[in-house]
Design a protein around this ligand. Sequence first.
Ligand SMILES: [Zn+2]
Length: 168
Amino acid sequence: MFSKIVETNLKFNGPLSTRAETRFIVVHHLGPMPSSMKPEDIGAAWIHQVHIERHWCGIGYHYVIKRDGVIERGRPKDALGAQCESHNHESIGINVVGDFNIMSPTPGQRVSLINLLADLCHSYNLMPGEETIVGHLDKESPGYTECPGLNLYKIMPDIREEVGKLLV
Ligand SMILES: [Zn+2]
């Protein structure tokens, strides 16, 4: 294991289904940052609350990587997510906190993302590559979303390469 996951013990409104298969990992960003919160305080609990306010049963992502690089649990690993329309049954989702159209991932977030992706590739027997580590926008209709933001999307080839080096 390369990554350490901080448990959050979030309470979901209703039972979560189990995901049947995991064919790829979807990388997201938070997007526009709320003015009411310090960026470093945003984590799984805050996103969970926002998603409950949207009348979802709770956070849609499986992991959240905070600005300091701490990885927090969202939904249980094998639960069906609510993070990538039409692909929730076959994917697991990571949210990296930031608005990467105007910010960049912190060095800590970059390292944590690589480590977490390596563990998930190992766990689900995925070969790191363009088909298995995707940006959210790769799986939606063109123009539907800019997620995970330009400054994260453009380093995804490097991230896949680093994940591959860890799994040698
Ligand atoms: Zn997204």
